[in-house]
Design a protein around this ligand. Sequence first.
Ligand SMILES: [Fe+2]
Length: 371
Amino acid sequence: MSMLRIPRARRLLSACQKRHQLSAEPLSTPLPSTPPSSNRPLSTSCPINYRTSPSLLASSPPIHEPSALYVVGGLYGNLQALQFIENLTSSHSSPPTVIYNGDFHFFDKRPKTFDSVQRSIVDSESVLATAGNVEKEIASLDSTSCGCDYPEYTDFKVTERSDAIVGRLKKNAEPHAENLLNLPLFRRVEMPNTKVGVIHGDCNSLSGWDYAVENVEPVDVKLRADLNMRGDYPVTSVSRIVEDMEAADVDILCCTHTCLPYMQDLGGGKVIVNNGSAGMGNFEGDKTGLITRIVSGDEVGGGGEVVYEIEVGGDRGCRVQSVKVDFDFDAFWEEFSNEWEEGSPARESYEGRIWRGVGFWSADRARRMIE
Ligand SMILES: [Fe+2]
């Protein structure tokens, strides 16, 4: 097995500037070893058009939202989860801002399902969308990668299967390629007394892993063991994330991509949250998806089960919440299993997670508070 060891002093940079350390899809079982990096499939590559920066986020025109913002990452083509989210977001007295921050396509191999997802998100005037690597790659004719930017120790079969899943969506994406390629990489939302950055990976790359919970201080040693992170992998310090957020001029940062949820109080009124997946289970034994909701101090909320939350700024601030997506599992599984037969790449990589969530992860560990 080849395990790249990176000196501690090396700063964690964007995905386009380094190789990453973690799998884009934390599995319910530890990942087996990988072949040498020279044999790595193409999804470890990182296109230059994935690059972003905190200053670009700071200068992007803001969306003004007075009461509630939903951020939905990793829907993965789950129409039943989409339906649940539409019902949830329509329960507010005034329509909230809803942003699908990438990877909303993935399992929607059936053209009818793909078109429904596309119509409900990219073509919709009532919600907003930003790109994930999936949207970028399915719309890129010359790409043979999923754009996940997998780490060295990810099982190369997982990588190959993700590339194969994305490859099977290209025909569906063809008529929508221009719209998909033109999706913004991030959004900026200004709420009363709170500024929110909505990204996919990290502040420097669409497929960046610097804010993956496995990489962020304080190190969760057990999690690193669960993910087979053997070796001296670098840590993204809290001060580094706060520095990025200050440069981006945001108080709350919402990301997804790594597919493993967490919410962390960084101190000083700053919070980072990764919703994991809206379309698949996230915690041990739990099949429900997860999304992020931010509600201003006066907003009573929009229903749904809040798994955990952090209050920012007292009475005049807001609450950052992780909310369950309790979709119709039987209907989803029927569609998924009809489209992805036994032995297919999606079935091989995701059946376990769909049925049992992430085996080593729990809400208690995902909610990370400062001492
Ligand atoms: Fe992603």
